[in-house]
Write a protein that binds this ligand. Structure first.
Ligand code: COA
Length: 288
């Protein structure tokens, strides 16, 4: 029976093999591994509880942060999801999100068979910051945020999003999805963001924001929004361009993710010189 595939919770000795297959693990994650009878690792599923979503949505929440098999996926993946689902139920988890590459047809189909539903296709864009010219700087109405901008920005965030995965999931209350975005912005002002840019109208009112984070490789637009009555005037373009100039000497590139259905933001990023680097599907599972 050397070929028997089984799933177990990961043990310390698996960690090197997981790392060499590009599976990042941290202390708060639970890891399931699929192994062959001879202990060869075939794939892994990494999941952790998400306190922010639990608090904001009022649903005990978790996220699958990695779900991959590098050998025999058609056997390994269903076993991994089944074991994880059992674990989620035993923990009383009510809501789970998982993101996988659009080309990973096997993973998508296995997740769907286990009750996950498609909520979005997420496009990740990138743009090099090596050539940011003067002519691209359309940023007269844009400032770096001050703490007093937090209230206006969080109010805008609470009302203006509709394409994100929380609003598009009809099992999630719209009010809760709006509150989540509002708190997201409050947390950015409390220090989670690396930099926040704001757009002001002619009366000096704050009508838009661009929250940026940084990773080792890139500056990332985490959340961008312009109040409905101030759209179509080039403010979002200014917010993106201001961020590009700000990060030009610090990072080689800028990245941003948006839903394939969000035509306004796709056109915005393309008009600022961004190109698609990857696309993934986000799936949600609701457990009773
Ligand atoms: C996306 C968003 C930030 C654009 O803000 P905006 O200030 O209206 O955008 P701008 O006026 O700067 O437009 C810049 C470019 O974006 C594109 N664009 C903006 N709105 C568009 C729309 N409704 N349809 C198509 N393209 C649009 C255009 O290419 C435009 O350039 P053009 O006017 O020369 O054609 C705004 O619609 C918004 O806040 N949406 C809700 C929040 C959201 O979805 N954020 C993105 C999440 S990733």
């Amino acid at each position: 029976m050397a070929d028997l595939v089984k799933v177990r919770l990961s043990q310390a000795r698996d960690l090197n093999a997981l790392a060499s297959n590009g599976v990042a693990v941290s202390p708060d994650t639970s890891i399931f591994v699929a192994v062959r009878g001879d202990e060869e690792l075939l794939g892994a599923l990494v999941v952790h509880e998400t306190a922010f979503e639990t608090e904001q949505l009022g649903l005990k929440s978790a996220r699958v942060v990695s779900f991959r098999a590098w050998r025999r996926p058609e056997e390994a993946l269903p076993m991994l999801v089944a074991a994880c689902r059992e674990w989620l139920v035993s923990k009383g988890i009510q809501f789970v999100a998982c993101r996988v590459g659009v080309d990973d047809k096997c993973a998508v189909s296995v997740l769907k068979k286990h009750g996950f539903e498609d909520v979005e296709t997420l496009l990740t864009f990138r743009r090099s910051l090596s050539q940011i010219g003067e002519t691209e700087d359309n940023t007269a109405a844009i400032d770096i945020a001050v703490p007093e901008d937090a209230a206006d920005c969080s109010r805008i965030a609470g009302n203006c999003f509709s394409s994100d995965r929380f609003h598009r999931d009809d099992k999630i209350d719209h009010g809760a999805a709006g509150r989540l975005k509002k708190t997201w912005v409050e947390n950015a002002f409390r220090g989670r963001a690396d930099a926040i840019f704001v757009a002001r109208n002619a009366s000096g009112e704050t009508v838009g924001f661009n929250i940026c984070l940084v990773t080792d490789e890139a500056a990332v637009i985490d959340l961008i929004c312009v109040r409905s009555d101030a759209r179509g005037q080039g403010l979002a373009r200014g917010l993106v361009q201001k961020a590009m100039s700000y990060y030009a000497g610090q990072r080689h590139e800028m990245r941003v993710g948006t839903q394939s259905t969000n035509q306004a933001s796709i056109s915005l990023y393309q008009s600022c010189g961004f190109q698609v680097m990857s696309s993934s599907k986000t799936l949600h599972l609701h457990l009773d």
